[in-house]
Design a protein around this ligand. Sequence first.
Ligand code: UDP
Length: 462
Amino acid sequence: MDDAAVHVLVFPWPRQGHINPMLHFATALVDAGVQVSFLHTERNLRRLAHAPPVGLRLLSIPDGQPDDHPPGFLELQESMSTTGSAAYRALLSAAGADSTVTCVVADSTIPFAFDIADELGIPSLAFVTHSACSYLALLSMPKLVELGETAFPADDLVRGVPGMEGFLRRRDLPRGLCCAEKCGEDPLVLKLAEVTARSSKARALIVNTAASMERSALAHIASCTADVFAVGPLHAKSRFAASTSLWREDDGCMAWLDGHEDRSVVYVSLGSLAVITHEQFTEFLAGLAATGYAFLWVLRPDMVQMASSALLREAVGAAEGGRGRVVQWAPQRDVLRHRAVGCFLTHAGWNSTLECAVEGVPMVCWPFFVDQQTNSRFVDAVWRTGLDMKDISDRGVVERTVREVMKSDEIRGMAQAMAQQLRRDVAEPGLSSSEFERLVRFIEELKHCMKHRLNNAVPHST
Ligand code: UDP
């Protein structure tokens, strides 16, 4: 590494939905002349299906999990904060000793990344891979718990999240897998609230969102953090067109889409983590089949509890009479860009939401956990670019909602207007693009401060 250059260590949480935006971020930094090292876990580095973008150095640390065991979030937090953090400390100490790392940009869900960087005197910035509105909701969690306004399947409006008092309901708050009376004690949500609070103390917060989408939430976050940079949607400006997938994509579905009329297909994907019950699968399939539309469905092999892929394919084949196509993993950004796609039935993960928004495709949301609950409320009640099925997803609701979204000119118009705005935001001199430039200057300034400190600390001999 060149001593004189600005060098950023980018450290994503080792999950698909975190790696994708941080890789686009890293590529944008490289394009701005910054040296970037990208820190994977050893497991993910082995799984990567494509070569990294040119100019990016890949590093890895262990995640402390056996290879054959896909860990849950809390389990991974535990092993990353022991095994992973020890390796991270060693790596950063070595880099810190010869001052080659200007700063760390770590995922907001990795508290030890900030603690260790602080101890070693290396500035750290937090990267938020989810929406500003869900970050604000997690930041507001202590207040919500105090008010007794935690996630619950009810329509009562919540008071504890600034700026969202008029439309956010208890059912729209971040939650774990359970949505019971004791949701305020949900260990997943409590952990996320804790790591969010820690990340808000970082030197600055980088959010993969656009001010045009989340101005109010960003303003509230800015009032309790040192600085906020809204630089998204990053994928829309990324020169890294290749996929960042940890799974092998089934490209065959693109030719299948080519054979369909414009806006006639429903694209269905629930992201990389959601797992549904067999009953939910059956209801969903029945609802989709009843709409009469062709559909492209991403069914990961581990997505439906207690069911084999072969059985699921058979069920889909029997239900829809040839109008459906099932893949294990799709080239999602290409699919959303295809003229044949009429709507996206999604879990409203933030990457999926942004990818869909940039293509101007209307959404039907079926959220599962954490930020998805809040994102889907924004899609329905704030941006009006789709409809939110929330926690009700029986066959009748699926059928009605998909039909309505496929037919609504109003929703399509809103989705397309948002897409145009987002393209302006990421193009120069759009707001996200200017924010990215401001961020690069901010990081360069850190380098100058560091040089200044070192020069003052080591007096020149005469
Ligand atoms: N994705 C993909 N192919 C698929 C399904 C998902 O490439 O078949 C990508 C999608 O484009 C997005 C990411 O996986 O970038 C999922 O992230 P998101 O935040 O939407 O959801 P998560 O997986 O974190 O729940």
